[in-house]
Design a binder for this molecule. Sequence first.
Ligand SMILES: Nc1ncnc2c1ncn2[C@@H]1O[C@H](COP(=O)(O)OP(=O)(O)OP(=O)(O)O)[C@@H](O)[C@H]1O
Ligand SMILES: [Mg+2]
Length: 486
Amino acid sequence: MLETVFKTTTMEFIPQLVEPAVRLHLLVVDADTAVRSACAEIATSLGYAVESTGDLGQARSLLRGHTADILLVNLPSGSNEGLELVSEVKLLYPDTSVIAMTATGSVNAAVEAMRCGASDYLTKPFAMDELSTVLDRAAQSHMTDTATRQLRERLRLSEGLGSMIGRSPEMEKIYRILSKVAQTTHPVLILGESGTGKELVARTIHAYGPNAQRPFLPVDCGSLVPTLIESELFGYVKGAFTGANRSKDGLLVSAEGGTVFLDEIGELSLDLQAKLLRALQEKEVRPVGATHRVPIKARIVAATNRDLASMVEKGTFRKDLFYRLNVVNLRLPPLRDRREDIPLLAAHFLDRISREHNRKFTLSDEALRTMMRHDWPGNVRELENSLERATALSSGPVLHLGDLPTQLQQQGLEARRAAVVAGEEAGAAAAPGVKPLADLEREAILSAIRTLNGDKLQAAKLLGIGKTTLYRKLKEYGIADPLQEE
Ligand SMILES: Nc1ncnc2c1ncn2[C@@H]1O[C@H](COP(=O)(O)OP(=O)(O)OP(=O)(O)O)[C@@H](O)[C@H]1O
Ligand SMILES: [Mg+2]
């Protein structure tokens, strides 16, 4: 029966199953029973879940009952019914990819179908491999489009993307590029100062990519000696060097379609740069000590906090390797350029720490304001470490200025003094002699402790407050040493 439908059946036909985990649904609509069942037969052998019908009304009810991932629809000459179905499907089920089938010579019908939203077409009679190619293309684009849309949707509802926190315009831009490149296997170069989240981005690209279930293998080119990097990346054979008691695959081989993350790529020696370039160009490596070459299949994501472009100019980084890695680049903004993300990040880290220690932590307004003014040269990592430290030192659930690193405490105190001066000036003009209650409380505490030569326990008693309250207030007012305070 196939002979009647297809140009040839003599070619060797090897069914290539689409990813079995995602069995896509195909609906075939053609009044010609022979074409319909032949297409269904081939598509089933390719791994699709297939339904077919010759009737447009039934096609509509099948689509309503179970949205098809791909629609393969015949456009009969002399009728607009097929085209109407194409427009309708693209309107009602935009995720469905449409392939139109037309009779020989009806180029116009194919053009019309594409205009109505079909992504591809087949001219009858077609060969099996043409059908298989077109279905494969539709399946790929369907999965990419759906994954990107789902990612965007998830992004719209959350505080960031995956484990990445931040809703600043700078981060939104990163997420947009990231959600697109994640669906491909192009190399990605991640640039950014230390602690900006380069490794986290690399992991997110992998996690949202088509090979997320394959390994993610990081290699730190900055901390390993060149010979070790070479044997890590390319592998070695037994006896290649002292201690090589058996052969070992390199990470570029054992990634098996996963991601190799080349961290601190700017530190790679020129000799290794040349070897890496060759491996990427030829898609094979020669393990250390071997005479043979081994094919590799790995996505490369590289990161650095160095200025690679200027290293290229100086001749310390190979231009050809730079271009090969820099197919897509993501430049992560320093935290000081996206200060609006600090409260979200702080809440995220405190939430994690609270869960880990089974104790709830929050930040006082003043501590958070100070954190938002700080420049964070160590970026997100510095912020995370400061909070770890603050929670370890804090006695209560609220973290105050006094719990933050010394530099931040000083910045906070300066800001407080500036606010007091500004307040005094404004207050003096408005109502001379009137002081904020907090100032009076601070003065009362300081004077009590000073009068009692630093005896805080006695001071608390005389002030009529508990010892813990006194300590909390000292922290709130940023008083580290009451006897030194102005
Ligand atoms: N956007 C973010 N949301 C949540 N956590 C983040 C974010 N960016 C970074 N982090 C956290 O900050 C820490 C540092 O991130 P990461 O190791 O990815 O930075 P890096 O750029 O690779 O730093 P370095 O250059 O020092 O190696 C990690 O604990 C990471 O989880
Ligand atoms: Mg890193």
